[in-house]
Design a binder for this molecule. Sequence first.
Ligand code: THG
Length: 268
Amino acid sequence: MIIIGEKINGAIPGVKMAIEERDKEFIRDLAVKQAEAGADYIDVCAGTDPAIEADALRWLIEIVQEAVTVPLCIDSPNPRVIEQVFSLAKRPGIVNSVSAERDKYDIIYPLIQGTEWQVIVLTCDNNGIPADVKDRVGIAKRLVEAAGQFDIAPDRLHIDPLVIALSTDNQSLLKFIEAAREIKKIYPSIKITSGLSNISFGMPLRRVVNQSFLTLAMYAGMDSAIMDPCNQEMMAALLATEALLGRDKFCRKFSNAYRKGNIRAKKQ
Ligand code: THG
């Protein structure tokens, strides 16, 4: 599993305040902790105020790169902002994200053409997330074909089929799985990604629901997750699932993470 650490996000109140106060230590600490916990990429999202977003993102990117060598996942709904900060990145990472809104991929695809950058592709358009699996697969196809025009191969794409809250659609996970399988059937080398917390919106015991989602989604072929790597129970579930799926020889990764104190369960 590819782990994209989600903790540096201006939507989280503590991070929002740290950005406003330009509290370097707070951000550095989040970068270091996520790297130590096993993040493969560090998501940086400044929040949505367009007036300050680019400046804040520049500041975040500099701090993260000073603190760790883990590559970035640059997270903004505004492709013009991504364009402005892109050249600051010292090593290829992931752009988060494009969707079927043409003005987005028209900017992002040329930006990463001829590089090793990857990109997250949301299967939504101006009308939002389609309820229907067929429509989501259709959007994915359109965006993969468009990427091909810029020599961006499917193995550089993470398709995010955008999970709807289970409390609004009781078929939500089943649709996610069906979309993932359909898309992988067409493009076997493509990656499927997802955030882990949308599924449980409006439910109690969200962590349990998120964890169960992770396990089932991994079994269905999810390759990467935008998640909190410092959540030791979630990481335990992730590594246990990897081992159970035969991807952890002699359960070495699981044992090492336990020894390092990176994973735990509430009660043994
Ligand atoms: N898909 C894509 N990008 C995304 C999302 C997605 N970016 C934003 C979001 N969804 C993922 N990021 C977050 C960031 C923080 C939290 C949830 C999603 C959050 N964090 C809690 C905190 O830090 O306080 C802790 C959560 C925990 O312990 O598990 O709530 O879906 N492409």
